[in-house]
Each structure stands twice: as structure tokens, then as C-alpha cells.
Design a protein. Structure first.
Length: 262
């Protein structure tokens, strides 16, 4: 049984998701449909890429992942299908896949050999992506969907800045609990730390954290904490609280780590 995951910035009050699911079930009877996420902020490419990057590899090999975000076809952003690590991806080449997929895909093609329906031209997820997914389900290949592409459109991710005694990173994702994930990896942290003491500074120097937890419950309820989450990235949180709301943090808010020699 084929599996198709769906990710979009649609919300559940819209009819779009139901229409796409209905079309997929009509084109691919028996397919398993999985909602990866539909609560992405509108047009937010980096947030969608983060969700996809940290989710797709848990699905069975051969899964088809449809991305409905900034999906309008333009000269710069073609509709594409990708084969990567035995998974398939369908969406617009708007830089999202470059952020979500590490390294060069096995194959990239422009989706050109799909018959378009005039009444659904503004709805490529229904008009194009469902049919491309059905083709993959049937043929287990993307080669016949259109001409090959050499590479993906690139977006440059924001990287943490390392200076003597300090690492400055940014918040790249805020979950529904208000926990803030940064772009500071455990490897970068340990490399810069060199076994020194440290302080994680939030909102300039106003809030400080000087330990790294393994679990949330190691810190008392209502207190600040830091840990490396399942993505291997530094996460700042409040145990049983909503950090982002309390401190008015947002995507791209700075988080600094100061290291001190003993």
C-alpha cells in the first residue's frame, strides 16, 4: 500500500485539504494518506522545510510527500518531483526542498507531462500534484513526468555566528508549546565551548541559563531550561510554560551563548 504525506499552510476550515484527499483517493484507491502538518504559518518556507526535514525520514521508503506551500508555478519556481533517499517529493521549486533535503537528490524533474484542467489552474495541488503522485504510485518513477533538472533553487539558511567567547544563533522554529528551537547544533556548541562554563542569554542579558538538560522535568515547573532536542538543536523552553509568548520571541530572534574560562 502506497503512503502519501500532505503538508501545507491550509487550515482545517478550508476545503482545499478535503478536495486534494478526495482526488488522491479517486486516483489511487487504497492509498494511505497522512497529514504531516497543515498549521504552517502562511507562506513560511523555512518553517515548512524544518517540519519536513525532521519528519520525512520516519516514513516508509517509497513514501510520496506533497508540499502545498507557495505552490504557484512561475518561470523561477517550476513544479518539480524529486527522488531522494528512496522517498519522493512533489511541490514548487521555491527553495524549500534545498533547505529540507541535505545533499544532492538522486533525481529532479520538472512536472510538465501532466494534463492540466483549466478550472483548477490556481490550485496546482489538485490540478497537478495529485496526478504526479498517482503516476509515482503506478510506476514507482518520476522520469516520465518531465525533463531532468541539474539542481534545486537554493535558499541560504541562517547560520549561527561564532566569535571569540560567544555564539550568536537565531530561533528557527517555535512549536505549539512555545518552545523555541535555535540553529545552534550540539556539535557547534561543544566545539565552541571547549569544556568551558557558559551562559545562554535570552533577550540580551535579562534571562540566563547555565545548564543543559536531558529532559524537561529536570527543571522545576515555570523555570527556564535549555536542552538539545530530537533534531540535535538547542531548544529554549519553560517547563509547563509558553516561552515564546512570555518573552515575545519570534522566528529570527537572537539567542547568545557566552563562554567563560574558569
Amino acid at each position: 500500500m502506497a503512503t502519501i504525506s500532505l503538508t501545507s499552510d491550509w487550515h482545517h476550515r478550508d476545503y482545499y485539504l478535503g478536495a486534494v484527499k478526495g482526488r488522491l483517493l479517486s486516483l489511487c484507491p487504497g492509498v494511505q494518506l497522512v497529514d504531516l502538518s497543515h498549521n504552517v504559518d502562511n507562506y513560511n518556507i523555512s518553517q515548512t522545510a524544518f517540519i519536513l526535514k525532521n519528519s520525512f525520514h520516519h516514513f516508509p521508503k517509497g513514501t510520496i510527500h506533497i508540499i502545498g506551500l507557495n505552490s504557484e508555478k512561475t518561470d523561477e519556481h517550476q513544479h518539480i518531483a524529486i527522488k531522494y533517499k528512496e522517498h519522493y517529493f512533489i511541490g514548487a521549486d521555491n527553495g524549500l526542498f534545498c533547505l529540507a533535503l541535505k545533499g544532492k537528490p538522486d533525481e529532479i524533474v520538472m512536472i510538465e507531462n501532466i494534463k492540466s484542467e483549466e478550472e483548477y489552474l490556481t490550485f496546482p495541488e489538485l490540478n497537478i500534484f495529485t496526478k504526479a503522485a498517482a503516476h509515482i504510485v503506478k510506476h514507482n518513477s518520476i522520469s516520465d513526468l518531465g525533463p531532468s533538472l541539474a539542481e534545486l533553487n537554493r535558499l541560504i539558511p541562517i547560520r549561527a555566528l561564532i566569535q571569540k567567547g560567544t555564539v550568536t544563533g537565531q530561533i528557527i522554529y517555535i512549536d505549539s508549546y512555545g518552545n523555541a528551537t535555535t540553529n545552534i547544533s550540539k556539535e557547534l556548541f561543544e566545539s565552541a565551548r571547549q569544556k568551558r562554563d557558559f551562559e545562554i542569554l535570552i533577550q540580551s542579558n535579562h534571562y540566563r541559563i547555565s545548564t543543559i538538560n536531558k529532559n524537561y522535568h529536570e527543571t522545576a515547573e515555570g523555570d527556564f531550561l535549555a536542552l538539545f532536542n530530537s533534531s540535535g538543536l538547542l531548544e529554549i523552553a519553560i517547563n509547563k510554560g509558553h516561552l515564546a509568548e512570555l518573552l515575545q520571541l519570534d522566528i529570527n530572534s537572537d539567542i547568545r551563548i557566552k563562554f567563560h574560562d574558569r
